[in-house]
Design a protein. Structure first.
Lengths: 303, 255, 303, 255
């Protein structure tokens, strides 16, 4: 029997996210954002992280505001529903954080290249844009068959991916559904992988539907049971988006002072995910729960 | 100046955006006003349009409940394909996307768009490209939606996040872009299209109650005016009715 | 309402596979091989086809033996269980068929490039091999960031993909499960797509599980109801592999004469899929049917 | 010469192949003998090995019923990942595959393998690479399994389908290959390994009942012999028992 990779959030973060680590997360874009893992990174006081993803719906802004971040390699950092990420803007304008400017496609290509084991991938995007001036991982390359100019995107291979999934067994065999964003690329391009999961299930449950598996279990380093671990973002099959938290965050981050209050209230004083869930309260959970269920039909993998 | 009218400026803009969508088109849908514009078109004259969302969603039907962001679970429910962001970007790169909408902080006379850095030197940090650069590079055409203010309508953007026509005709081909370019700019004051010869932005219609002078005052260069200048048609009661169901809290179009 | 794409196999083949067409098929490799569609191509007497796929388990050999083929762009042509493809060998050795030699990875990359809308993709495979001498779609390219040599694979964009799936609605929204081979790339790289399906189902059935969908319906040109349409290859959820037919095919193709008899018996005289199924017989179908069912557990896509 | 023995030559080869697999390795599994070798190792000393199949299958458990090809439905049932061929190739290219097995029609002293075209000029057409070229290019190590005949064991292959060590030390790096190379050749007569200095094939063990002369007679160049030459260990009764359950019709190893 292979050894279990199941561990506490504290163990997973302290074991695989170090000062200076490069971390790809928020890989599903607006859904299944690993807020619980991100908040544990803040509580453990990580410094000088490089954060990587296409768009990050307020989690990057929080990590930046908490002083964990040195570099951002991303296409968009802000609050999807309101726009500006104030901590991000403040930190960049004070030269506390460096930005490598991507588009959603170029960051996907960079992670894809890392996942595929090539040092670059060609594309037709971003040509003529100024991204080439603020991203050293963008150059051009000429197709050896057609002579056509392509953009070339350098591979990114993060130290660690933090991905939130619906179901995982103790070995990192996991089911994910819904929009997948760049979650597969994040897992396959990274040296270590932390999965946070709404449910821990048996290997049998996973293997009953192997097309639903997100990536091979042998790529995974740590599995953390994290129910509500993506709140306030939505998780298909588990809970809806908590719009109010994102809307409120606009004011809670507009000034450094407001953000300090928010950080103390929602991250530092709750200690861990259990504390967060308790603080969130039952009525909020009930409000966000899935009301209209819609189940997939079974398919047969027999012989 | 909309006080006397039965609709807001945002409602007019969303309606104008919706009217740009033709039946059966494949539309790459962005957040906020573009999302509403797509949903409005789907509800009315373009029920066969397909929506592609960068999160990895393709759907041909309307979401069964109001959504504020494209990742809201009703937008996943009974969708036609849930896939990777890379899949949606490949579809875009392969030339299968007819139309997309993007917003921005700064636009110039050739439809180049900036959502990254402004100022000289570049000092004000904005959220960045997201998928906008890709949509401007790879869709068959794209439409820009934004507030019309002098600081935003500049002769030359400080930073090209999403390429328009660069410095004029032939630029896109020269830098290696394979297709596309902006087909319209919908602002708080009017609708602009692009001259086929010069690739320069031309005022095509002014919104009701807006004067040519208003537009000149808020535009940072000497804007050309179409010789077929018209007034932007107002939203119909039916359009307003649907739109207010979609944005039932008035979150996007209430003001 | 969009127009239905449902049509007979005869209509689909005559509408989208023409003399001289380039056709990607057998895209799932050893499973879900569209034999029924391939046999209809033979019956319609298509000539000068270019066939494209990684490995083709006897279907390419049959199309070549029937005189339909001018060019093969593939990594392997034969009979998986026995080895040699005799019609393929005969035709190549008589210079009746040209071969563009791929590996499984290079042909996957070629279709992937076509699917992605780039004219080439880089890889680290095949360097130093003689594939570069018998495949004009292979060159090298230097990574603009690292200076490392990569193989470069030219995009392939076939005229038509023929893919067998488990379930499709009338509009080409289809569910597929099991090993996917290069089926997604085949669909996305091709100008037209013919889906042959074990079952025609409602759009609602498909949309209840959108992660199970193989590709966007708007890429599909024709949908054909073809139960047993992949026999003798296996189809997950429907029937097992008919090993005996593959084993027997070794002798049935060893000489041109033997193959003529096989062709008359299994393709020309059966007229269509209904005739083939009848000829196959109920006891064979019963023997191949799924005995031990294993159903996936439902997941919730509600809100 | 196996007439007196309780096992066939194929059974010996499959057993030898199985013994090359170490617990917890990731193995890219090919068809026929390699498939059996992997299944045998999984059943005995390497239950934690992971199998990757080019069709797009990853499984850590044994198939619950005998399989003749990797696409047989029992090999999909309760597997750990069903995915694209491209996914398996990406895993291979990323350096995550420890070991693979390939077969061939022609091999040379540097372990280059030909499964495409033979003859001078090239005239006999073989099935082609399949995934073999990729495995030989990208796995951390690969093992060649083939019949030992003089026409197959040649000084220089007519066509390199799957690169070995080319023309000797440093060749793989020079052509751009990032890792790997053959670690062993298992034939009907013996087992060969590669000299670290010259990258040349060296006879490491001879199968029971095979003489050095038999091997020289069937090898198209002057093969070097290890100074630690041994006899290939016979299959154990337990290995034979499991193997005969796996290949219960004796289809692959019956003769």
């Amino acid at each position: 029997m292979k050894p279990s990779k199941l561990m506490s959030m504290r163990e997973a973060i302290s074991g695989f996210v170090h000062d200076g680590s490069s971390v790809v997360t928020c890989a599903n874009l607006e859904t299944s954002i690993p807020f619980a893992a991100g908040h544990e990174i803040i509580r453990q006081g990580r410094k000088n992280l490089t954060l990587i993803c296409p768009i990050s719906d307020i989690l990057f802004d929080q990590l930046i505001g908490a002083g964990c971040v040195k570099t951002v390699r991303a296409a968009w950092v802000g609050n999807v529903i309101t726009g500006i990420g104030y901590n991000f803007r403040r930190a960049v304008e004070k030269n506390q954080v460096e930005v490598e400017d991507h588009s959603n496609f170029t960051i996907s290509l960079a992670l894809k290249a890392g996942a595929q084991g090539v040092t670059f991938l060609p594309s037709r995007t971003a040509l003529g844009s100024d991204l080439f001036g603020t991203n050293k991982g963008l150059k051009t390359v000429v197709c050896p068959f057609t002579g056509l100019l392509h953009s070339a995107v350098a591979a990114i291979m993060p130290d660690v991916a933090v991905v939130h999934v619906q179901k995982s067994d103790s070995y990192g065999n996991a089911h994910a559904w819904g929009n997948m964003g760049v979650a597969r690329e994040a897992i396959m391009s990274s040296r270590n992988v932390i999965l946070t999961a709404e449910e821990i299930v048996s290997t049998e449950t996973i293997c009953k539907d192997p097309n639903r598996v997100i990536a091979p279990g042998f790529k995974v380093s740590a599995v953390v049971h994290a129910p509500w671990g993506a709140h306030p973002s939505p998780v298909p099959g588990y809970y809806n988006r908590d719009h109010k938290k994102f809307l409120d965050y606009q004011e809670s981050s507009r000034t450094q002072e407001a953000f300090s209050i928010w950080l103390e209230k929602w991250v530092l004083s709750v200690k861990n995910l259990e504390g967060y869930i308790a603080f969130l309260g039952k009525s909020c959970q009930s409000e966000l729960s899935i009301k209209k269920h819609s189940y997939s039909e079974p398919v047969d993998y027999g012989y | 100046m909309d006080i006397k009218r039965s609709y807001t400026r945002s409602e007019l803009m969303v309606t104008a955006a919706a009217r740009e969508i033709t039946e059966d088109e494949v539309v790459f849908v962005g957040m906020r006003l573009p999302l509403l514009g797509f949903l409005l078109a789907k509800s009315l004259h373009a029920p066969g349009a397909t929506g592609i969302y960068e999160l990895g969603i393709i759907r041909e039907s309307l979401a069964p409940a109001p959504i504020l962001t494209m990742g809201d679970l009703p937008n996943l429910y009974m969708s036609h394909w849930l896939a990777d962001t890379f899949d949606t970007m490949s579809i875009l790169q392969a030339g299968l996307v007819d139309l997309s909408f993007i917003g921005g902080a700064q636009v110039d006379r050739y439809g180049n768009l900036n959502t990254t850095l402004t100022g000289k030197p570049l000092k004000t940090r904005l959220p960045g490209s997201g998928g906008a650069c890709d949509l401007a590079s790879l869709a068959r055409r794209h439409i820009i939606i934004m507030a019309h203010e002098k600081r935003r309508f500049v002769s030359k953007v400080d930073y090209i996040t999403s390429p328009g026509y660069g410095n004029g005709k032939g630029w896109r081909e020269k830098v290696g872009l394979v297709r596309g370019g902006p087909s319209a700019v919908i602002t708080t004051l009017g609708i602009f299209r692009f001259d086929q010869e010069s690739c320069e932005m031309i005022l095509s219609s002014v919104h009701p109650g807006v004067t040519l002078n208003d537009i000149h005052k808020e535009t940072g260069w000497s804007i050309r005016v179409s010789n077929k200048l018209s007034e932007t048609p107002e939203p119909t009661p039916k359009e307003l009715d649907i739109l207010r169901q979609l944005d039932y809290q008035g979150y996007w179009t209430g003001k």
